[in-house]
Design a protein. Structure first.
Lengths: 107, 117, 94
């Protein structure tokens, strides 16, 4: 990764974080938990940039404007909401397992 | 890390160095967790290297972001790092572990939102 | 949801509203959001981002050709299933 890319990435990340901080408390809490979960599960899109994360923020911002509480927009089962978010995404774990299987086939 | 160079490629060595650098600035308990993750994945992978890199990177990002938020490392990873790593790479037992993440997520949300009122 | 979008440009929160009015009272915005995301990925909708007076730019959806096709397909299947079920019920009644 070039230095420039890292700095740009940081800038983008900082802007993202300040959008998160501008959300009401309840939204922030749920956002952070979602982010943690997504990093663990590791859908491929996440490594291509913060696009998917900033889309969630936009979705939340709209909820705030509509005067809703966070669980009203995600539903009470936040995990189910997350899984629906990444339903058709491959995860890095999937790709890794694929490559192991291929390797085993060859051997 | 010469051993590493042998089985991977120098591009990956470079990336591993970058990971090392990034891990160095983490809080101590996070650094310990990172080392533990690395050693666990070592067992899992016969390092089909390249494919493992993005997994490592997103684990590192998880640590970076959550430590910046001031969360405790236990809260982020749970008490079973081995299981956590199995789930990261999607090996046996990954499914039950992901169920655990789900449960954890909803429990954390309920607890933290409850704390607001 | 495709049907709702096919009736004219709309956005997530409005779709949710409409579904609720139709009687799907437990639909939340998040459900709709994840479904529109899937439409987007499968290339069934066109998207236009427009600034709104308040808050972030909103994504407006319209159906594209593939979406239209998908919708027609759905109605065909639906009509088939429901006509067969009606047939079954009518026969059973006699």
């Amino acid at each position: 990764m070039s230095i420039k890319k890292i700095i740009e990435g940081r800038k983008e990340w900082r802007a993202h974080v300040s959008r998160v901080k501008a959300l009401p408390q309840d939204y922030q809490i749920v956002y952070k938990e979602i982010q943690k979960y997504l990093f663990k599960v590791g859908p491929v899109e996440l490594n291509e940039g913060i696009g998917p994360l900033s889309e969630i923020i936009s979705f939340f911002e709209e909820g705030v404007i509509a005067g809703k509480r966070v669980l009203e927009v995600t539903g009470a089962d936040v995990a189910a909401f997350c899984d629906a978010l990444i339903e058709d995404s491959k995860t890095y774990a999937d790709l890794y397992q694929d490559s192991l299987n291929k390797k085993n086939l060859r051997e | 890390m010469n051993f590493f160079e042998k089985i991977t490629g120098s591009d990956m060595t470079k990336q591993m160095k970058e990971f090392d650098e990034r891990a160095k600035v983490l809080p101590t308990d996070y650094q310990t967790a990172w080392k533990e993750i690395m050693s666990n994945l070592w067992i899992h992978g016969d390092f089909t290297g390249r494919k493992l890199m993005p997994i490592l990177e997103s684990a590192l990002e998880l640590l970076e972001v959550t430590s910046a938020d001031g969360q405790s490392v236990e809260e982020v990873l749970g008490d079973d790092i081995k299981g956590f790593c199995a789930a990261l790479v999607g090996s046996d037992g990954a499914k039950t572990y992901r169920d655990k993440w789900r449960e954890q997520l909803n429990k954390n949300v309920a607890r933290k939102l409850g704390g607001l009122q | 949801m495709l049907e709702i979008i096919s009736r004219g440009e709309t956005y997530g929160y409005e779709i949710t509203q409409q579904l609720r009015e139709l009687g799907f009272t437990d639909v939340v915005e998040g459900t709709v959001y994840t479904i529109t995301l899937r439409f987007e990925k499968n290339n069934l909708v066109n998207i236009e981002k427009k600034r709104s007076n308040v808050g972030p730019p909103r994504k407006f959806y319209t159906l594209n050709e593939a979406g239209q096709e998908q919708l027609e397909n759905f109605w065909r299947k639906w009509n088939f299933v429901s006509s067969k079920l009606n047939e079954l019920r009518d026969k059973g009644g006699k």
